[in-house]
Ligand binder design. Structure first.
Ligand SMILES: [Zn+2]
Length: 431
């Protein structure tokens, strides 16, 4: 993909990753102000990499109504893009590199070749502005609200005292402008990251080395699991920031406006079940549960692993799906006695019928652990049973019963109304 842009961008192989994958830069523009953007230092954080390629296509465009923007950028900026600093992690879709090192903790020691490449690129180019592009987990909200932090921003600190010098101030000002654009399309969904100084991180150190550094974290947006809308937001704010830098538009903003951007918090879940009755020692207690369904990538897609994150009084949390279980009691689920041939022997309706009879799981003869499926029931191959409990850290697999009758099933963190089951895209795997 980088080769495709070689005619309009000056491309260069900067070096190789541990597993020998090339890491390249693409240079564009003939202006004075140097800007460097790098993405995917964490291999499974790909949103900004997609947006950078969108930006390459935009910058290569011509003959449309955006010529003025391109000309302004081209004549004022000298931009170096380094997409995918961690190609080995990207290949495995994991955070760390092939040494199992978090590159964002390797800015000083530079044990990893990828860290050396990034550091050398900064030192050779000496950019005035830098963009450190990441993804964050989807459970961040904007503090005190139920809004997902779809984009989080930070002008990282360059010292423990979190002082503001001219370098950091410029980053803050640019972020204010980016936030103004974001508020028009995702109002209330921008959070400011904690600015505690991390002495080993790239963002903090690049700020310290004199490059005004902006961290962009792509979070979640309900209904956008593949982050294609967030990719558009990335494209939009990176382009906006580049335009601000080219025109010095950021100078109109103040650090006070930066500090006024609300903080990130981590109070989101996929599902909240409130006041479910559980019986302990012959007594019944009402507990709230917060459930997250974390994604794991496998070839051909991903599955989720439901988890009870916490329980008790959970009123400070938010979720898109909240269920009032105050009239419902916890009840265990069972494994269906006969073993099925494979997942193909079961359809959605049959799975719901089994759920209604108290079976939360079926066993199969054929299939492999981690094979994907989309049935609303647990499918077991390498194990014969599953724990049906409500305690923290466990997988949420149980029933909600009313007057002794099963009304709802919780399967791997999905809430299923047994009387009115709706087809949804269950991201399940064989256990
Ligand atoms: Zn990251």
């Amino acid at each position: 993909m980088i080769q495709k842009h070689a005619s309009q961008f000056e491309t260069q192989v900067l070096g190789n990753s541990i597993d020998g994958r090339s890491i390249s830069s693409l240079d564009w523009g003939n202006g004075e102000t140097k800007v460097m953007l790098w993405s995917q230092m964490h291999g499974n954080e790909s949103t900004a990499t997609m947006a950078l390629f969108d930006l390459f296509n935009f910058l290569e465009g011509s003959g449309d109504e955006y010529e003025e923007i391109r000309n302004t950028l081209r004549s004022n900026l000298n931009i170096k893009f380094i997409p995918m600093i961690n190609p080995d992690g990207a290949e495995a879709f994991k955070r760390r590199n092939s040494l199992d090192i978090d590159l964002n903790r390797d800015a000083i020691s530079q044990i990893s070749p990828e860290a050396i490449i990034l550091k050398n690129a900064r030192d050779d180019f000496e950019p005035e502005f830098g963009f450190n592009l990441h993804d964050q987990q989807v459970y961040y909200n904007v503090e005190g609200t139920d809004k997902q932090a779809t984009i989080s921003v930070l002008a990282p600190a360059y010292n423990v005292a979190t002082d503001v010098n001219e370098v950091r101030k410029r980053a803050m000002q640019t972020i204010v402008g980016m936030n103004k654009v974001l508020q028009q399309v995702v109002p209330g969904q921008v959070g400011k990251y904690d600015d505690a100084f991390e002495p080993r991180a790239f963002g903090d150190n690049i700020q310290k080395w004199g490059t005004s550094t902006i961290l962009i974290e792509s979070g979640g947006y309900w209904g956008d699991p593949d982050k294609q809308y967030i990719r558009q937001l990335n494209f939009m704010i990176i382009l906006d920031a580049l335009y601000q830098i080219a025109t010095k538009g950021y100078e109109q903003y103040t650090t006070e406006e930066y500090f006024a951007i609300p903080d990130n918090d981590s109070k989101l879940a996929d599902l909240m079940i409130n006041e479910m009755l559980v019986e302990v020692g012959g007594k019944k207690y009402p507990i709230d549960l917060i459930i997250r369904r974390r994604e794991s990538e496998v070839p051909g897609g991903y599955y989720v692993s439901g988890s009870i994150e916490d329980l008790g009084d959970m009123q400070v949390y938010y979720a898109p799906e909240v269920f009032d279980a105050s009239e419902f009691e916890f009840e265990e689920g069972k494994v269906y006695e006969s073993t099925l041939e494979d997942i193909g022997s079961l359809d959605f309706k049959q799975a719901i019928d089994l759920l209604k009879q108290g079976y939360l799981a079926v066993k199969v003869k054929n299939g492999a652990s981690k094979d994907l499926h989309s049935l609303p029931i647990l499918v077991l191959k390498s194990v014969d049973s599953f724990p049906s409990v409500w305690t923290t850290g466990s997988a949420p697999n149980f029933y909600l019963a009313k007057d002794g009758e099963l009304k709802y099933a919780i399967v791997n963190g999905y809430l299923i109304d047994l009387e009115n089951p709706k087809q949804q895209d269950f991201k399940q795997r064989i256990y």
